[in-house]
Write a protein that binds this ligand. Structure first.
Ligand code: SF4
Length: 274
């Protein structure tokens, strides 16, 4: 196990411990292996110091990069495979067409979080591809981002089931969100974006465990695990409520995001209405 993977595993465990009622459990054998790993990872540097450093030379304090360390994309792919096989919510595992993991740039500086796949996402296996997704893509374009530049994921990786014969989507339950949340926590820990954007009150509840009205929550900065978090309306809300004032609120939230990312903002962007 490389030091980098170990750091990521420890960070993910710490996040789980901070954000769930139940502390992560590990066997004595697993703990012993984890405790032994840092020493093993540090050994090559110690050996270089003892045997390879020329007399009088100063050993660099910067750890060498392990060329065999998995990339972020590879680590994300490993989580994706676990999600693909996940049956923790038996009812959703039965009803889904496929899991919807997330899409975008593993090195994204901006990450969007929605609530759960809808019928279009369930069919296509990608988040935010329906009408609300198309609006999100337009918002990104107005911000001078392509979908491939950012990372987009949901709290829930499976579509919440609905009674047979009915159409439409339903919001995920608190239990479903609690069950699936660790996958999102891992995604955020790996990507470590500069800014997170939570889309809608359900996404906020799933991410922070906080219930509140969007009027209270949106338009100001929050923090998730040290990462600045902007809360704004879900694009589906804007499709239901076409009032220019509501669209402008979302755009003003996005202007704050651009400022936080130190992106140039043109006059045209400042005066833009979605
Ligand atoms: S919603 Fe999440 S936890 Fe539940 S079955 Fe799907 S992937 Fe697993």
């Amino acid at each position: 196990m490389t030091q980098r993977v170990l750091d990521l595993a420890i960070a993910a465990l710490e996040t789980i411990r901070e954000n769930t009622d139940r502390a992560p459990r590990a066997s004595k054998t697993a703990l012993a292996r984890l405790q032994a790993a840092p020493a093993a990872a540090a050994r090559p540097i110690a050996l270089r110091t003892a045997h390879a450093t020329p007399v009088g030379a100063v050993e660099s304090a910067v750890p060498s990069v392990d060329p065999d360390a998995p990339s972020k994309a590879e680590l994300l792919a490993a989580i994706r495979e676990r999600v693909r096989a996940c049956t923790k919510c038996a009812h959703l595992a039965c009803s889904r067409t496929q899991t919807v993991f997330g899409v975008g740039n593993p090195d994204a500086e901006l990450m969007f979080i929605g609530e759960a796949p809808g019928i279009d996402e369930d069919q296509q296996g990608e988040p935010f591809v329906g009408r609300a997704g198309q609006l999100l893509t337009r918002i990104l374009k107005a911000m001078n981002f392509a979908r491939e530049d950012v990372y987009i994921a949901n709290i829930l990786k499976c579509r919440p089931d609905t009674p047979s014969g009915t159409s439409g989507n339903r919001p995920p339950t608190p239990t479903e969100m609690q069950t699936c949340r660790p996958y999102l926590v891992e995604q955020i820990e790996l990507i470590r974006p500069s800014v997170l954007v939570a889309l809608g009150a359900v996404a906020v509840e799933g991410l922070l465990g906080t219930r509140g009205t969007m009027r209270e929550l949106r338009g100001r900065w929050h923090t998730y695990n040290g990462i600045p978090l902007m809360i704004t309306y879900h694009p589906a809300y804007l499709l239901r409520n076409q009032a220019p004032s509501e669209k402008r609120k979302v755009w003003e939230d996005m202007l704050q995001v651009l400022e936080r990312l130190e992106r140039p903002i043109s006059d045209r962007q400042r005066n833009y209405f979605l």
